[in-house]
Design a protein around this ligand. Sequence first.
Ligand SMILES: Nc1nc2c(ncn2[C@@H]2O[C@H](COP(=O)(O)OP(=O)(O)OP(=O)(O)O)[C@@H](O)[C@H]2O)c(=O)[nH]1
Ligand SMILES: [Mg+2]
Length: 401
Amino acid sequence: MGGDTIAAIATAPGRGGVAVIRISGCDAFAVGEKIAGTLPKPGRFGFRQLAADDVLVLAFKSPRSYTGEDVVEIHSHGGAVVPRQILKLCLEQGARLARRGEFTERAFLNGKMDLSEAESVIELVDAKTDRAAEDARKRLNGEKSLVYRALYETALALSADLEHALDIDEGELPDGFMAAAGARMASLADALMREIRRAETGRMLRDGALVVLAGPPNAGKSSLMNALLGRHRAIVSDIPGTTRDSIEEYLDLDGIPVRLADTAGLRETADEIEREGVRRARDLIAAADYVIDLAGNVHTKCDLGRIEGKLNVSAVTGEGLDELRRDIASHLERSPDPGPTPSEREAALLTEARRALVWHEDPVLCANAARDAARTLGRLTGAEYSADILASIFSRFCVGK
Ligand SMILES: Nc1nc2c(ncn2[C@@H]2O[C@H](COP(=O)(O)OP(=O)(O)OP(=O)(O)O)[C@@H](O)[C@H]2O)c(=O)[nH]1
Ligand SMILES: [Mg+2]
């Protein structure tokens, strides 16, 4: 177990009841002993009195720990002072402050998890809705990794067979070898495509979908925004042109995180401020994943009168709001397939691999295509990785993870 010993506060800063200071590396037990006197047996915990606080100490023996190294955790009271004092003790006893994501990076380097799983740690921490968390948890449990490993191995086998075909005389190839290889490549390309489509849903679960309220002035956009949010966020009045600046609020829509935007009513106007509002409204509409178009598919104020063939809703009575929510959710849900979704990095790699997989008459080019795809897919799980890739992934973590 090479590498130096690192320490960090693993819990979020602020006034929490409890904070966790984590130490990992070959000297973790030595550092822990200098601070706590003695350590509990690995896998056990014990109470210790430090100058800073009464704490709970846990020891984990390599490889049975989060990082795969020797790990000591000190659970103290939270807040701004005590955890920092304990961290300072760790640093004085020879540990070095961990970089962002360094605990999880070590877990990857020590084979405790692959890159896809490591990446889902940050997605679980960042998840805004139950669905997004569930998605990240499935990935963390390795469900996605199994799929990626299978894709990688399929590409690797195809690449190896094609390379082998180059080495022997054409007459020695079994009948129909190239046709079979072509079919294998096509089926691999299909499997990649399915994953790529799922990525769109994944992006939405992570970043949220943009849903924009649009329509003429006084249509009832701001009222509908308030009704969907369940509180009076936007100003409502019977004066046309009330909303100018667009207003954005977060909404959990059947588990999909949604940025709901209210916009200025669309009309020609001499008012310079309102004109800017209308410009912003058009930009948002252009970027939207879904537009609640009060001049189109949705009819609001249905308590005053209904229109057949439209989705009738009312901000006053609440009628039709559930149906509207369901309609938006089903439009946003591009992939009905419930499996865990690729991250942005993974989607880019899947797309790159899919692009490489082009069938050629020339067996040399075919073998190159399969090899390129296999290499790219190897970067999904970290079967192939570089320091740059690790840095770009783990720098998104916070210190202590
Ligand atoms: N009866 C009824 N009145 C509504 C409903 N929704 C909005 N209104 C009324 O319609 C008027 C305009 O509502 P707003 O929500 O401000 O409309 P808006 O589209 O945001 O208007 P601008 O911001 O000016 O573009 C207000 O007087 C609201 O009280 C509804 O569902 N039923
Ligand atoms: Mg408004």
